[in-house]
Design a protein around this ligand. Structure first.
Ligand code: ADP
Ligand code: MG
Length: 248
C-alpha cells in the first residue's frame, strides 16, 4: 500500500466566536501526491491547513509522516511541513527578503554557505533573486506571495501545504509557480479557488463547504461537475480542455 504522509481522522474545530468551522473531517495524503482543497469563502480551507503543522489543534487524530500531532512531535513535524499562509504578511516577519528566506534554514542548523545556497536557489525558483536585499514590507502583494513560497522551498520540506498560492500573482508568475509545483515531486496540499491550478497540479480533490467534506475524488471527475461546483459557489474552470469534456 502507498505510504500516507498525512492522516486526518474525524477532525473538528471551533474558534471561540465561531463554532463548527470543521466537523468530522477525514483526509489522507499519500506520498508524492498533490491534493486540492477547494470550496467557497469561509468553508474552512485555511483552518484545515493550519492543523497540518499544529498551529491549530482541534479535536480528532492527525498524523504527519507517522508522527502523532502532539507537543512532543511539534518541532519535528514543523521541520518537515512547509506551510505557506494565505496572507503573506503572516509569513514574512524579518526586515529583509534574505532574512525571511534564510530563517528556516538557519533554524534547521544549516551552515552559512548552505543557508546562502538554499536562499539563492529558492529565490531563483520564484524569480525573486533581484530582491534578495529588499525590505520584505516594501514588496507588492504578489511579490510577497512569491517570497513566502521561497521561505518554505528553502527548507526542502517533505510536505508542502499552500493556502491560495496563486492569489494576486500576475499570469507570468502564476505560470512559474504552477511549473514549480508540477516539478516538485513531494506530497502537496493546495487550498485554492483557482480550479485551473488544481486541474494542472492535483490528481485528487476534496470539496469543503461549511466545515464538511461534501465531495472527494479524482480531480478530473470533480472539476467537470458543473452542478456540484455551482452548488458550492464555484464554477467550471474556463479553459477549453475541461469545457469540451464538461459539455459532452
Ligand atoms: N481566527 C479566527 N477567529 C474566528 N473565526 C475565524 C477565524 N479564522 C477564520 N474564522 C472563521 O472560520 C470560518 C472558516 O474560515 P477559513 O478557514 O478562513 O475559510 P476559507 O479558507 O475556506 O475561506 C469562516 O467563517 C471564518 O470567518
Ligand atoms: Mg482561506
Amino acid at each position: 500500500m502507498t505510504e500516507k504522509t498525512v492522516e486526518i481522522k474525524n477532525l473538528s474545530y471551533s474558534y471561540p466566536d465561531k463554532t463548527d468551522v470543521l466537523s468530522g473531517i477525514d483526509l489522507d495524503l499519500f506520498k508524492g501526491e498533490s491534493l486540492g482543497v477547494i470550496g467557497p469563502n469561509g468553508a474552512g480551507k485555511s483552518t484545515l491547513l493550519l492543523h497540518i503543522n499544529g498551529i491549530l489543534r482541534g479535536k480528532g487524530d492527525i498524523k504527519v509522516l507517522g508522527l502523532e500531532m502532539s507537543d512532543k512531535n511539534l518541532r519535528q513535524i514543523r521541520s518537515k511541513v512547509g506551510l505557506v499562509f494565505q496572507e503573506p504578511d503572516n509569513q514574512l516577519f524579518m526586515p529583509t527578503v534574505f532574512e525571511d528566506v534564510a530563517f528556516g534554514p538557519i533554524n534547521m542548523g544549516m551552515s552559512k554557505d548552505e543557508v546562502d545556497g538554499a536562499v539563492r536557489e529558492a529565490l531563483s525558483k520564484v524569480d525573486m533573486s533581484d530582491s534578495v536585499k529588499r525590505l520584505s514590507h516594501h514588496l507588492s502583494y504578489g511579490e510577497k506571495k512569491r517570497v513566502s513560497v521561497a521561505t518554505v522551498l528553502s527548507m526542502s520540506p517533505e510536505i508542502l501545504v499552500l493556502d491560495e498560492p496563486t492569489s494576486n500573482l500576475d499570469p507570468k508568475h502564476r505560470r512559474i509557480l504552477i511549473g514549480i509545483l508540477k516539478e516538485l515531486k513531494i506530497s502537496k496540499i493546495i487550498a485554492t479557488h483557482d480550479l485551473e491550478l488544481v486541474s494542472e497540479t492535483c490528481s485528487r480533490v476534496i470539496l469543503l463547504d461549511k466545515g464538511k467534506v461534501v465531495a472527494s475524488g479524482n480531480a478530473a471527475d470533480i472539476l467537470i461537475d458543473r452542478i456540484l461546483l455551482e452548488a458550492h459557489s464555484l464554477e467550471l474552470p474556463h479553459f477549453r480542455g475541461f469545457l469540451a469534456k464538461a459539455d459532452k
